[in-house]
Design a protein around this ligand. Structure first.
Ligand code: HEM
Ligand SMILES: N[C@@H](CC(=O)c1ccccc1NC=O)C(=O)O
Length: 304
């Protein structure tokens, strides 16, 4: 009981400080009110104050007010399944952001010779990628009829316009400037992000730098094939490079698995109808199934 009273006294003091009722020099457990983020003690526990001076809570830390206010339906009257459709895509984009964060760091780790870190981060990406593919199961609980209730409202928007998805492709190694030209409705910031990805080193460039650093020539494709054969032929000696190559191949395979899962889902949902983004639909998506980020790592298999 005494503890509770102390807690509520401290709590009142904190509220008073936040509201500006108590000066910052008064005895308030060391709390320093300010418009910047500050730290104080509350019931012996370190307490953080956010940018707006409020004591940090679950919701304020995660910005749930903003996050949970971002699901706006196009359908009117609201189609029941549109919330699921929006939620799935928003979750994808959050994971894409995380994947870009990890792939960029993995690339930089390769460029600075931190090979263990590079493959550690790639392994995290693999688990996210598996989750992304599994998420299709949730979307497939929506029937074509229920999708049809709001699909006509989505045109000309399409997953084709996902900037982060294309950034992942570019960063992984599949740079294709024609996508930037074909993008409709890009903001200046989005265009700059894509241009930056086209200009910067890819994961494959970084892997070549790793091979060079280890003394292999990567000047020609033939040199590169020889280097990969040597690494594969003496894994005891080139363990870290071999593991890294395998982690890259895994990333490539998981991206291919997502494309395959996506196209089958599309056929289940809309058959052979053209896409809202203006493509032929499943036909276009099938033409993307052979894309591989690291063809030489796949070719290596044939020669082993
Ligand atoms: C009902 C579910 C879905 C259907 C029917 C569907 C359909 C399509 C179609 C037809 C295209 C070709 C572009 C066009 O003309 O529209 C496409 C592209 C794309 N979709 Fe989806 N999609 C669905 C769900 C998703 C989800 C959940 C994502 C996750 C972000 C996604 C991401 C993409 C991406 C990134 C592309 C471009 C692929 C590329 O250019 O290789 N789609 N989708
Ligand atoms: N392109 C899909 C519609 C669709 O799935 C979509 C529409 C808007 C935003 C994201 C989407 N997801 C993937 O393409 C279709 O043609 O049905």
């Amino acid at each position: 009981m005494a503890l509770q009273n102390e807690v509520s006294a401290a709590s009142r003091a904190v509220v008073a400080v936040i509201l500006g009722h108590v000066s910052s020099t008064s005895d308030t457990d060391g709390v320093q009110p300010s418009t910047d983020a500050v730290t104080g003690r509350w019931d012996g526990v370190e307490v953080h104050f956010g940018e707006e001076g409020g004591r940090l809570t679950y919701g304020s830390y995660l910005r749930l007010g903003q996050l949970l206010d971002q699901q706006r339906l196009e359908s009117d009257p609201p189609a029941h399944d549109e919330l699921l459709f929006i939620t799935i895509h928003q979750v994808y984009e959050l994971w894409f952001k995380q994947v870009l964060h990890e792939l960029t760091a993995s690339r930089d780790a390769m460029l600075s010779g931190q090979l263990w870190l590079a493959q550690h981060l790639l392994r995290r990406v693999h688990t996210i990628e598996r989750t992304l593919t599994q998420q299709v199961d949730i979307l497939e609980t929506m029937t074509p009829q229920d999708f049809g209730e709001f699909r006509h409202r989505l045109s000309p928007a399409s997953g084709f316009q996902s900037v982060q998805f294309r950034e992942i492709e570019f960063l992984s190694g599949a740079k294709d400037p024609s996508f930037v030209k074909r993008f409709r409705g890009l903001s200046d910031l989005e265009r700059a992000r894509l241009e930056q990805r086209l200009a910067e080193p890819t994961l494959w460039d970084a892997f070549l730098a790793v091979l060079e650093e280890a003394g292999f020539s990567t000047a020609s494709e033939d040199d590169l094939r020889k280097a990969l054969m040597q690494v594969a032929g003496d894994r005891g000696r080139h363990t870290e490079i071999w593991e890294l190559a395998e982690a890259l191949l895994q990333h490539d395979e998981l991206a291919a698995a997502w494309r395959a899962r996506h196209v089958v889902m599309v056929e289940r949902m809309i058959g052979t109808k053209p896409g809202t983004g203006g493509s032929s639909g499943a036909g276009y998506l099938r033409s993307r199934l052979d894309l591989r980020y690291y063809p030489l790592l796949w070719h290596l298999r044939t020669t082993l």
